[in-house]
Ligand binder design. Structure first.
Ligand SMILES: Nc1ncnc2c1ncn2[C@@H]1O[C@H](COP(=O)(O)OP(=O)(O)O)[C@@H](O)[C@H]1O
Ligand SMILES: [Mg+2]
Length: 297
């Protein structure tokens, strides 16, 4: 028997006092993975990433799972992954790749290397005036302001020209500013789940009426999507552009521009939800890929 760790956090762990509203996604992941892993003689064990190193004794490989609070403790999280790797645990995805992926400035690198990404301004501080300047730059009346280190749409702002924030307002984090792309509400966000370099499944995520965030916490819903060859190619091109080492799992999120062509929104290599309901083969595929990595260790 091989023991595989699945990192969770204090608000996704089953039995935690205050579970997040989307902790059911943690349960769906475990339900999809556990039997598939057991079929390959691997036991899946859920561990809080903040638990002491001793809690990881006997674990051969950890997946980053549902560590959905890392964005507020990024240095500690990255240090922990490195400590685990130094202790001989195989960490998936690899700490170097996670460090690269933790700050969204990686999108600028990918854009410079030729990837089609959403146009973005990078600012350490955003004021109402900065928001207005971004609207001028993008020739639009609506912009989205996001954290450079962020997840789950946390702390994000949608700002309209007609209702700018108060003059003394500032965005509390290093930021990225983008034009609001209306396709999010009509066509939705497309996600492509890759396991060990192969496209496993794709889905379309739509926000609730009146919202623009597709996360289930805000009422977003998702459905299976059959990608066109061009879409699958666009997602694979992004995957191929990622730095080494190759990820065990990746979720490539895209949003269409006004012409309908997919633009990269983010390449989630840290703790993406992998939507097992839309990809019934996720468990067996991940189990196979993890078993391969354990064998080659
Ligand atoms: N430029 C944009 N136009 C429209 N909606 C956006 C835009 N950027 C982000 N969103 C919405 O906000 C959500 C969170 O943004 P995202 O860049 O994916 O950051 P996170 O890392 O928080 O998931 C997206 O899933 C989408 O619903
Ligand atoms: Mg996202």
């Amino acid at each position: 028997m091989t023991t595989i760790g699945f990192l969770a956090c204090e608000t996704t762990l089953p039995g935690a006092g205050q579970r997040r509203g989307d902790a059911f996604e943690h349960d769906l992941m475990i339900a999809a993975l556990e039997p598939a892993f057991a079929a390959r003689d691997m036991i899946l064990t859920v561990v809080d990433w903040e638990a002491p190193l001793a809690s990881f004794d006997g674990i051969e490989l950890v997946m980053l799972g549902t560590a959905w609070n890392y964005q507020d403790k990024a240095p500690q999280f990255l240090d922990k992954l490195e400590a685990l790797a130094a202790a001989g645990v195989s960490v998936c995805n690899a700490p170097d790749l996670v460090r690269w992926n933790a700050k969204k400035t990686y999108l600028r690198e990918l854009a410079e290397a030729g990837a089609r990404t959403i146009p973005t301004l990078w600012r350490e501080v955003v004021t109402p005036r900065g928001a207005l300047e971004a609207m001028e730059t993008f020739d639009t009346d609506r912009i989205v302001v996001k954290r450079q280190v962020g997840a789950g749409a946390e702390g994000q702002e949608l700002i309209r020209r007609g209702s700018l924030p108060d003059r003394d307002w500032t965005f509390g984090y290093p930021a990225m500013l983008q034009p609001y792309l209306p396709a999010i509400a009509s066509d939705g966000e497309l996600s492509f789940v890759f396991i060990d370099g192969e496209l496993s499944h794709a889905l379309r995520k739509l926000p609730a009426d009146g919202d623009y965030r597709i996360q289930s916490l805000y009422g977003g819903v998702e459905n299976v999507h059959e990608p066109s060859p061009e879409e699958a190619q666009a997602a694979s091109t992004i995957l191929a552009a990622l730095p080494d080492p190759a990820p065990l799992y990746a979720r490539i999120d895209m949003l269409r521009d006004d012409d309908g062509s997919p633009l990269l929104m983010e390449a989630e290599l840290i703790e993406p939800y992998l939507y097992p309901e839309q990809g019934p083969q996720l468990g067996p595929r991940l189990a196979e890929a993890v078993a391969k990595r354990v064998e080659s260790q």
